[in-house]
Write a protein that binds this ligand. Structure first.
Ligand SMILES: CC(C)(COP(=O)(O)OP(=O)(O)OC[C@H]1O[C@@H](n2cnc3c(N)ncnc32)[C@H](O)[C@@H]1OP(=O)(O)O)[C@@H](O)C(=O)NCCC(=O)NCCS
Length: 273
């Protein structure tokens, strides 16, 4: 995928109400220039998919084929092509989030279902009261990246830095005895925001709630999205209490050994894990 494909990719993605802008594909291709693909039938663009490598782990997403070309194998080719690309970069495990009706489609390509996640959304977040937490600044970045990679299983340095260091985004951490036990970031746009990633050590849901509230307290009035495992009941209830509802659910699937460690987790995005 090159810049001349961004308009096509955006228009196609938004036939699914994915709410994307050309900047999303610009960001994706800046992170993984060789890992974003357009399928052609002759000279016509007919589908897209993106992927990103984090050393051992890769993530696949944004798969969509033009309606009149579906059912002819294009989707499967895009998945296989991206998986081959990721494996050529040394990725051992590929993850993705699948709509429930596509679990069999990905299953036929070798992916195995892991846990179910909910996409939660509020169109206009009300005011949330929170304590002030320490922000992640340059000196903490290495420690946060190491902490993240212990649980995520791959190295998300390039992605985390592009979120944390971007002015206007939010990131907070919590430490005990000088050790990080959790962090959260949010990507903030003019009228909307995406909360995540969040990673917190298991059994620290109170810390996760503090971190999330610190972020939400800065997002009043915005349309806010996040993705979390359905098993994370206490955290989920907190979001429902402040007005979030479930838009849809997705299944996390892995090709290769699942390396996700038990932790409290909010996804960075559907297309990058
Ligand atoms: C999912 C999608 C990309 C598949 O592309 P495609 O080119 O139609 O896929 P293929 O032709 O390679 O399909 C392979 C198989 O999966 C099945 N399949 C494809 N889409 C399916 C769907 N939505 N539901 C159930 N089965 C599906 C096909 O029937 C086919 O089975 P067969 O080989 O037994 O005939 C396409 O349906 C699409 O663009 N959907 C809308 C976007 C979307 O949902 N993206 C995925 C986000 S997780």
């Amino acid at each position: 995928m090159s810049p001349s494909d961004f308009q096509f990719a955006t228009k196609l993605a938004n036939t699914m109400n994915w709410n994307m802008a050309p900047e999303d594909f610009e960001f994706m291709t800046s992170l993984e220039p060789e890992g974003c693909f357009v399928a052609f039938q002759g000279a016509e663009r007919v589908g897209i998919a993106t992927s990103i490598s984090f050393r051992r782990i890769g993530w696949f997403g944004n798969l969509i084929v033009k309606e009149k070309y579906r059912g002819k194998g294009v989707g499967s080719i895009l998945v296989k092509h991206a998986v081959n690309y990721l494996q050529s970069k040394g990725v051992k495990t590929v993850g993705l989030y699948a709509y429930p009706n596509l679990v069999n489609f990905y299953g036929n390509l070798g992916f195995k279902k892991d846990v179910d996640f909910s996409l939660l959304h509020t169109e206009r977040l009300g005011s949330v009261i929170a304590e002030t937490l320490p922000r992640v600044e340059q000196p903490q970045i290495n420690e946060i990246e190491d902490f993240d990679s212990r649980f995520f299983g791959g190295e998300r340095k390039k992605l985390l830095e592009s979120i944390i260091l971007e002015k206007g985004n939010l990131s907070y951490y919590w430490s005990e005895k000088d050790m990080v036990v959790g962090y959260v970031t949010a990507t903030v746009y003019w009228s909307m925001a995406w909360v995540g990633p969040l990673i917190c050590e298991e059994d620290n849901v109170d810390v996760a709630i503090r971190l999330v509230k610190a972020v939400l307290s800065k997002l009043t009035g915005k349309s806010v999205y996040l993705v979390l495992p359905k098993t994370e009941v206490a955290l989920s209830n907190m979001f429902l209490d402040v007005g979030f509802t479930e838009d849809f659910s997705v299944a996390r699937m892995f090709l290769g050994e699942s390396t996700a460690k038990n932790c409290i987790y909010l996804a960075e995005s559907l297309e990058r894990g």
